[in-house]
Design a protein around this ligand. Structure first.
Ligand code: PLP
Length: 430
């Protein structure tokens, strides 16, 4: 296909008229589709409903060690759930894991909240400091940025590369500025690009020399087992082990959940860190709760049994999700490649595709899609404060709609990309 950048003004005007007619036609179809959030589809849940049958009124509710899960106790989570989550995260020792409630985002929020009010391992509470800053590799996960914004933490954007955040910038900022207290990371199949951090990136994280002794890496391993393919999979180093080796054992908190393994918002979530960090956390946690939902922990352990069980289960999820990713990627490839108006990632896992439009086009594309009945993630959401400096990034979330809906939504999306790009190129020629 001929690049839009090589088209004359006349050709662009002609194309614009044709695309506008197509758009009016699409609008008249009255679509009502949602590609905005990375939610699992109902078919994924339908496939795993038997998890609800592993515990019933005649089940034995005791852990292997004889603890009754119906009663208070074991604030750390049941030992077999700690082991399951440790294995899922690739953490060698289950003692380094606490299994909490239903959402890893709550653990991240609580961790920031606790650092604000009580400090980190005896350091000054962040709320008593003049300024607290967080590094935010972007495009990134919007809810991470919302949490830090909520606490008035200043966010500094760090560019992402296919190997992870730009580590030259990370190292410089972390080592020079004592106000930098943390960094958000999604190290595997990142949200939204699907990038996985290289070995070098993980090692450089582990070897950071922060100016602030209470600096922590927030390692959100949300997509650790979320491969799309059996033969093409990414593997990342165990950050806890690397930090230990680098003599930095307290520098990282790792988070993970089964929200997209079992039920979204009704799975189990965990944190992994050094014993000292976990002890610090326990001091507040035991004020918050006498214990999390051990029955759900037991349900997950009985259902998955072990890490092999999780891996086998994730293959079933991949069978449902993979064709959706492939359908979207095929439309993007057929309709947009060679036009020089867009780029996009081709993830091997995770829940998103990251799309780069021409600068200044993302908001208009998202608005045009909405006008014709397709809701996308708000443009800018993938950047701190919702402000994408290039106004170019759009997060595509292919998992929730049905394949038919996806086709219709992606067709409309590429039409809007073309139309808005032509408008932009014409404006540049004017
Ligand atoms: N972390 C990342 C990177 C995510 O993309 C999501 C959900 O989309 C979450 C965390 C939320 O996880 P949870 O349901 O465990 O709070």
């Amino acid at each position: 296909m001929k690049s839009y950048k090589d088209l004359s003004k006349e050709e662009l005007l002609q194309l614009q008229a044709a695309l506008e007619a197509e758009y009016e036609d699409a609008k008249s179809k009255g679509l009502n589709l949602d590609m905005s959030r990375g939610k699992p589809a109902a078919s994924q849940f339908d496939m795993e409903m038997d998890i609800m049958d592993v515990l019933n009124s005649s089940s034995d509710y005791k852990t292997a060690a004889g603890m009754d899960c119906r009663n208070y106790g074991l604030v750390d989570g049941i030992p077999e759930a700690k082991k399951l989550m440790a294995d899922m995260m690739g953490v060698a020792n289950a003692d380094n894991v606490i299994v909490c409630g239903n959402a890893s985002l709550s653990i991240m929020y609580d961790t920031i909240s606790r650092s604000m009010t009580h400090g980190v391992l005896g350091s000054t509470p962040w709320c008593k400091l003049g300024k607290v800053k967080f590094l935010c590799p972007a495009p990134g996960y919007d809810r991470h940025f919302s949490v830090t914004e909520h606490f008035g933490i200043e966010m500094i954007t760090v560019p992402m590369t296919p190997q992870g955040p730009d580590m030259d910038i990370v190292e410089k900022l972390v080592s020079e500025d004592e106000a930098v207290k943390g960094i958000w990371c999604v190290p595997k199949y990142s949200n939204p690009q699907g990038y996985s951090y290289s070995e070098e990136t993980v090692k450089r994280f582990a070897a950071l020399k922060p100016a602030a002794k209470d600096f922590r890496i927030f390692w959100d391993n949300a997509y650790v087992v979320h491969h799309l393919y059996e033969e093409k999979q990414d593997h990342i180093l165990d950050i806890l082990a690397e930090c230990e080796k680098a003599g930095n054992p307290h520098i990282v908190y790792e988070f993970c959940s089964t929200s997209k393994v079992s039920f979204a918002g009704a799975g189990i979530a965990a944190i992994a860190s050094s014993k000292e960090n976990l002890d610090d956390m326990r001091k507040s946690m035991t004020m918050q709760t006498i214990g999390y939902d051990k029955i759900n922990q037991l349900r997950h352990v009985r259902y998955f049994k072990d890490f092999d069980g999780i891996e086998a289960h994730m293959k079933k999820h991949a069978q449902i999700i993979r064709p959706k990713f492939e359908a979207v990627l095929k439309v993007l490839e057929c309709e947009l490649s060679g036009l020089e108006i867009a780029q996009w990632t081709e993830p091997k896992g995770g829940y998103f595709i990251s799309f780069e439009a021409l600068n200044g086009c993302a908001k208009k594309i998202v608005a045009k899609c909405k006008e014709a009945g397709v809701v996308l993630t708000g443009a800018g959401a993938t950047f701190p404060y919702g402000k994408d400096p290039g106004d170019s990034n759009i997060r595509l979330a292919p998992t929730f709609p049905t394949p038919e809906e996806l086709r219709a939504a992606t067709d409309l999306f590429v039409l809007c990309v073309k139309l808005v790009s032509v408008e932009m190129l014409l404006a540049q020629q004017a």
